[in-house]
Design a protein around this ligand. Structure first.
Ligand code: GLU
Length: 314
């Protein structure tokens, strides 16, 4: 079986992406699994620089030594698989004509969480659907009957969420992330999913969908994000902490790896580590549960003064 890392080619990796990739690789290797890389480029129109970014992302993984065991796949080339999977659960799927704004208005989602769809279009009559089809292109949602689903996360422990009627195919025909990810993991023999903990909230949906598709749900490991000291998420502007920039600043890949290992409580301050050592030490239950706060400006300063040591934030 396999673990995997599944980046979206929207920008080059920053230190947070590299850290999640490292944990995914260590989790797979330390549990005797193979390791896969899957490119999540479902929405190619919104990823205009995908090819160049994928090349850079794969280059970074290679430089860090996070070798994969099967050819890299791209979701944009796997639509036939999603079409087939959808056809097996068509009795659960219905057309939804609500706009994003209407969904947001109908729900009072706390800031920063995904609005929960209240089921507005679940029981439309055939006549209403015919009328609405003239006005709007529908998306497809799946009727989850508000199932409550628990998953086990290797680091966070049990997590329970209520599954709403989430989108499986957008109105422009592009398959939704929550659908494709489940189809892909099952198809690729992935039984261990490691990713950022901003996606923990999605895992009950995905585990529920796996059951509908008749495939086992994977085990999950959600890694706390890397944040700036003010709690802001690292963003495109934080490309200053990309492997390429750090190398240009004279910081070696091993130093970066060691700094990541330290942030994961896998190595003390001054130790320079290699991947074999980290595989031996890795234990998901002992990963830090809080975000890693690190200052992009400190890292950026490496560009100015390459002779300074790699940033220490505590
Ligand atoms: N493609 C997602 C991302 O780049 C990760 C999805 C997943 O691992 O399930 O954040």
């Amino acid at each position: 079986m396999f673990g995997r890392f599944a980046p979206t080619p929207s920008s080059d990796f920053h230190i947070g992406n590299l850290r999640t990739a490292l944990v995914a690789w260590l989790a797979a290797r330390s549990s005797g699994r193979g390791f896969l890389v899957r490119i999540e480029d479902l929405d190619l129109l919104r990823l205009p620089d995908a090819d160049a970014i994928i090349a850079d992302q794969l280059g970074d993984l290679n430089d860090l030594g996070l070798v994969h065991d099967q050819p890299v796949v791209r979701q944009s080339e796997r639509t036939h698989l999603y079409e087939h999977a959808l056809s097996t659960i068509s009795d659960l799927v219905y057309e939804c004509f609500c706009s994003r704004k209407e969904v947001a208005q109908a729900t009072r989602a706390p800031h920063g969480t995904t609005p929960r769809y209240p089921g507005t279009c679940r029981d439309l009559s055939p006549a209403e659907k015919r009328r609405l089809r003239h006005e709007r292109q529908p998306c497809l949602r799946i009727n989850a009957a508000s199932a409550s689903v628990s998953v086990t996360d290797l680091a966070c422990g049990p997590y329970t969420g209520q599954v709403d009627d989430f989108v499986v195919r957008r109105s422009d025909g592009v398959f939704a992330y929550n659908f494709a990810v489940v189809v892909d993991d099952a198809d690729q023999g992935v039984d261990q999913v490691v990713r950022g903990d901003d996606l923990l909230e999605s895992s009950p949906r995905q585990a529920w969908l796996a059951a509908q598709l008749g495939v086992p749900a994977p085990v999950y490991l959600h890694v706390p994000l890397v944040l700036a000291p003010d709690g802001a998420r690292l963003a495109k502007r934080d490309q200053t902490i990309s492997l390429t920039r750090l190398r240009q600043a004279g910081i070696t890949t091993q130093q970066v790896l060691s700094r990541l290992a330290r942030s994961l409580s896998l190595a003390p301050d001054s130790e320079l580590v290699d991947l074999d050592t980290l595989v031996e030490r890795f234990d998901p239950a002992r990963l830090p549960r809080d975000p890693w706060l690190t200052d992009p400006l400190l890292w950026a300063a490496q560009d100015i003064n390459p002779n300074t040591d790699i940033p220490q934030d505590e």
